[in-house]
Design a binder for this molecule. Structure first.
Ligand code: FES
Length: 295
């Protein structure tokens, strides 16, 4: 069965939309109910502090630990009793990592929609199944006479976790979830390039202009002109259709990421990567921009 067949079959599952419709708003509302603290927790779980999504960092823990457990369990089945304690410890480490992966993954999932949301939900359900199998395996390992069943459940868990990891990989490489959407093959201008007559950018307004091949957000606030990349680093939202905030930041219209116009940095997630920032000058009545290299 080809990858395309698997993904297409998955995205035709309407029940995934029904579950998503029920669960996703509930998670969003829970964070919103926490006010500023809720936003800070959400930003932490997205990885704003890291400048990179936190979820893929944590998923390495269960994948690595459970791979080690599968090897050690296999050696035990071949007669190596000394590998027992190592396998049990690896399963416990994997369970701790799975908890961290689940909470960060669920937080990132709140920003998905359509096909990505369905694939993300199936990825999560498979991981919950794998974690349940490993948890059962862990406790059975403590009981006499259940060792082989426990190892069997762990092996089954490893297969399910591998399927989940496959879908996780597709979410990143196929659906571009978690990648920096300002990274583009288009050339960012290194020399000043005229983008708009200065008198066409009113105070307290934003415009999308093109600097060569790159869409740029121009904003005028308190008499200053600012320019950052127009495409939101999170999932590619159009920043000029968002809100120009009183504190001189801009909020993306799609999932509410807030960026500083001063330096393009992320103020609030879900975005974790900053917006490229442009130097601005006015020359012969034209606003000119070029990429600010140290960002
Ligand atoms: S596209 Fe998601 S916050 Fe901008």
């Amino acid at each position: 069965m080809s990858q395309e067949t698997v993904i297409n079959a998955l995205t035709q599952q309407e029940w995934l939309d029904k579950v998503g419709d029920a669960v996703q708003p509930a998670i969003i509302k829970t964070f919103e109910a926490g006010g500023k603290t809720g936003q800070e927790i959400k930003d932490f779980l997205h990885g704003v502090w890291l400048g990179h999504p936190l979820h893929p960092v944590l998923t390495d823990v269960p994948v690595g630990a459970w791979t080690a457990a599968a090897v050690l369990d296999s050696l035990e089945l071949l007669g190596g009793k000394k590998y027992k304690a190592g396998a049990d410890a690896a399963i416990a480490v994997g369970l701790v990592g799975a908890a961290g992966s689940a909470i960060t993954g669920l937080t990132d999932w709140t920003g998905t929609s359509g096909k990505s949301r369905k694939i993300g939900l199936m990825h999560a359900l498979l991981n919950v199944t794998a974690t349940t199998l490993y948890t059962t395996s862990y406790f059975l390992r403590k009981q006499k006479g259940s060792r082989k069943t426990a190892i069997g459940l762990a092996m089954l868990g490893y297969g399910v976790a591998s399927l989940a990891a496959y879908l996780g990989g597709h979410l990143v490489y196929g659906e571009q979830i978690g990648v920096d959407h300002t990274a583009t093959a288009a050339e960012y201008p290194e020399d000043f390039i005229a983008v708009l007559p200065e008198n066409e950018l009113a105070e307290n307004t934003m415009r999308c202009v093109n600097a060569g091949e790159v869409p740029v957000l121009l904003a005028r606030k308190n008499g200053e002109i600012y320019a950052i990349a127009h495409t939101c680093s999170h999932l590619g939202g159009p920043l000029s259709e968002g809100d120009l905030l009183d504190d001189g930041n801009v909020r993306c219209p799609w999932h509410g990421s807030v960026f500083s116009l001063q330096d393009g940095s992320v103020v609030d997630g879900p975005a974790t990567a900053p917006q490229p920032k442009f130097e601005v000058r006015v020359n012969n009545g034209q606003i000119e921009v070029r990429l600010l290299k140290n960002v």
